[in-house]
Design a protein around this ligand. Structure first.
Ligand SMILES: [Zn+2]
Length: 99
């Protein structure tokens, strides 16, 4: 790996054309032509923005990227049992805590 870490790691299939591995509401990965708009951590079950400073710090620190997943939207992340990140989604986090 070279260059700066990217939160939106994409995969390139042999058929050409880019697809992305996203996590669905049923917590199964599926291929999508569009990149995920939110990132998540499979162990901590937290989702957040792709440019979340807390997540990027964790990625640089190592050990985070292996558990990184992506979601098409917040609804899917919540349905999969993930909670909003308090750092980059304070509004959603407050709403989640209050429910
Ligand atoms: Zn965050």
């Amino acid at each position: 790996m070279t260059g700066t870490p990217r939160a939106d790691l994409e995969t390139v299939p042999e058929s050409g054309g880019r697809t992305y591995s996203l996590l669905g509401a049923d917590r199964r990965l599926y291929r999508s032509a569009a990149p995920g708009r939110f990132g998540g951590h499979r162990k901590s079950r937290i989702y957040g923005r792709l440019d979340c400073p807390a997540a990027l710090r964790a990625i640089v620190g190592g050990g985070y990227a292996a558990h990184r997943v992506f979601f098409a939207d917040e609804q899917t992340a919540v349905a999969a049992g993930y909670r909003p990140c308090a750092v980059c989604l304070p509004g959603a986090y407050a709403a989640w805590k209050a429910r």
